[in-house]
Structure formats: C-alpha cells, structure tokens
Design a protein around this ligand. Structure first.
Ligand code: GUN
Length: 295
C-alpha cells in the first residue's frame, strides 16, 4: 500500500504557521491581510468553494469580504467593483470565482485585477513572471502540489514529471513551476493531453505522475509503474444516494488499484484540494507584506 500524501494534514500544519505569522504582523506592524472574494451566480461547486475560502480566512485571521451577486450581474458593474478593490487599502487580494456567467468576458475581468493583488496568479503579468522565474503570485493548485511533494520529502530534481492535462489553472503552470532552475524544481516535464498518442507508454515512464484531466479513471493501474508518486488533481462529483448531499467526490485516478502500485499517492478528497485553499491564504499574506514593504 502506498504512502498517503495527506494535503489535509499538511494544510493544517501550514495554517498553524500562517496563523502565527499573521499574529506577528498584527502585533508588530498593525497589519491585517485582507481578501475580497467575488461570486456571481449560484453554481453549487462555486458556492461551496467560496464558503470554504471564507472559513479558511477566518481561522487564520485574514479579513475576508464577500461580494455576492445574481447571475445577471453586469460586466460593467463587475469591472467597476474590481477597480474600487484595486484601490482599497484594506484589501490585498482579489479573487473572482470562476467560471463566470457566459455574458461576462472572463479575460477582461481577470486582466482588470491589479497584478499586485492577483492572489489567484491568473493575470498575464504573473503568468509571465512565473515563466521567467521572478517573484510574483503562483497559481494556488500547482503551487500547492509542489509544496505537497516537497514537504513530504519527495525529491523533484532530475525526476520525470508527467502531467496529464494542459489547463491554464493546473497543467501548464505546474510544468512551468517544476521546470525552473530552483530548489523543489529542476524536473524534466512531459505534458500530455487529449491528442497525446501512446498515453500509457508515457505515463509508465513517470517518476511523478500528475492527473489533472478533469475526468474520472483517466489514470488506471496499467498506466502506472511500480514505485511512482501519483498526484490526483481531479474533483469529480459522482451521484451517491447513500450520502445526505446525494454525491461524493472522486479524483481522476483509479485510487483503489493505483494505490497498490504507487510509492505514494494523494487522495481525493483530502489531497490537493486543501493545499489549493492553503496557498490562497499564503498569497494573501504575501501580498499584504508586499504592500506594507515587509520582508
Ligand atoms: N474556480 C475553480 N478553481 C478556482 C480557483 O482556483 N480560482 C478561482 N478564482 N476560481 C476557481
């Protein structure tokens, strides 16, 4: 049986560290990190993510302000709100929950956020900084995956990391982060996607295999070599009448079978998800320190 890479446990440890740091910022610098969370519409997954983010902020001592609007909220009004938040000195991070309703241009909204408050790391300025390897906000899921590997003592340098999925939120930025000439990186990367030929052949050559395709059972046991480290980024809702809420979450990996071959594996839930949320807190604290000129 593989070692379980518990994001839930690591997230808890990191949140304790952050709580202590925020207390220090309050005492020494009279600084309270502030996050604005914008939610448009009532997509159940988004509502649940936003609730989680607010709860996380409260637990570590970050001020969080919610802005919730109906699904027909106008793009112009949203751009005006972002403009106000860009200038709001209590707010260090601005998060607009995605996906946005179809009548709103997602790029226009994300590009309107001040890159110095872009704690999601989605603004092209931060994407560019990530690629070059200069300081900026790293997107939360890939940054959380790097932390989950590093803080579990898994060597990344020189390893072949195979990523299945090329999204702008996970696959592409994870490749950029792990290829840098830096500690916790220096990996050789292969990105696979829906047009990849011989997918199983490539995944079998992975030292670290990351499933981020958004589809259950993307990675099955026959695709994994003995001793591989497997990271499951999938969050798929599967109908389950035995649960009160009517569904349960499964990842992109066939956990049951793959965990018998892998050296280590991250579970769903309790793996990458809590790390994503934790890195949002990390970026918000970082932003507050940057704005106050604190090292
Ligand atoms: N929707 C799903 N994941 C994310 C995320 O990491 N950030 C934002 N803003 N929206 C999301």
């Amino acid at each position: 049986m593989a070692i379980i890479l518990s994001g839930k446990e690591l997230a808890e440890t990191m949140r304790q560290e952050m709580k202590a740091e925020i207390e220090r910022l309050k005492e020494k610098h009279n600084l309270v990190p502030g996050l604005a969370v914008v939610l448009i519409g009532d997509d159940p997954a988004s509502v649940s993510y936003v609730k989680g983010k607010e709860r996380d902020c409260a637990k570590v001592g970050i001020l969080s302000r919610e802005y919730k609007f109906d699904a027909d909220y106008k793009e112009e009004a949203l751009l005006k709100l972002i403009n106000d938040l860009n200038r709001d000195i209590e707010i260090h991070g601005i998060l607009v929950q995605l996906p946005l309703p179809n009548h709103i241009n997602e790029d226009r909204v994300l590009y309107a956020i001040d890159p110095e408050k872009d704690v999601d790391g989605f603004h092209p300025v931060n994407v560019g900084r990530m690629m070059i390897g200069t300081p900026g906000f790293l997107p939360c899921t890939p940054h959380g995956i790097q932390q989950l590997l590093m803080r579990n003592g898994i060597e990344i340098e020189g390893k072949h990391v195979v990523i299945v999925g090329r999204s702008n939120i996970v696959g592409k930025p994870l490749a950029m982060i792990l290829v840098q000439k830096k500690p916790g990186a220096n990996a050789t990367i292969t990105i696979c996607h829906t047009r990849t030929k011989n997918l199983a052949e490539i995944t079998q050559s992975a030292d670290i295999l990351v499933a981020a395709a958004g589809r259950p059972h993307t990675v099955t046991a026959d695709m994994v070599r003995e001793g591989t480290v497997v990271i499951d980024v999938g969050v798929n809702r599967i109908e389950d009448k035995t649960r009160e809420r009517g569904y349960r979450l499964i990842g992109d990996v066939d956990f049951e079978a793959v965990s018998k071959k892998a050296y280590a594996i991250s579970p769903v839930p309790g793996g990458v998800g809590p790390m994503t949320r934790t890195m949002l807190l990390y970026n918000t604290i970082q932003s507050a320190k940057n704005h106050a000129g604190i090292e």
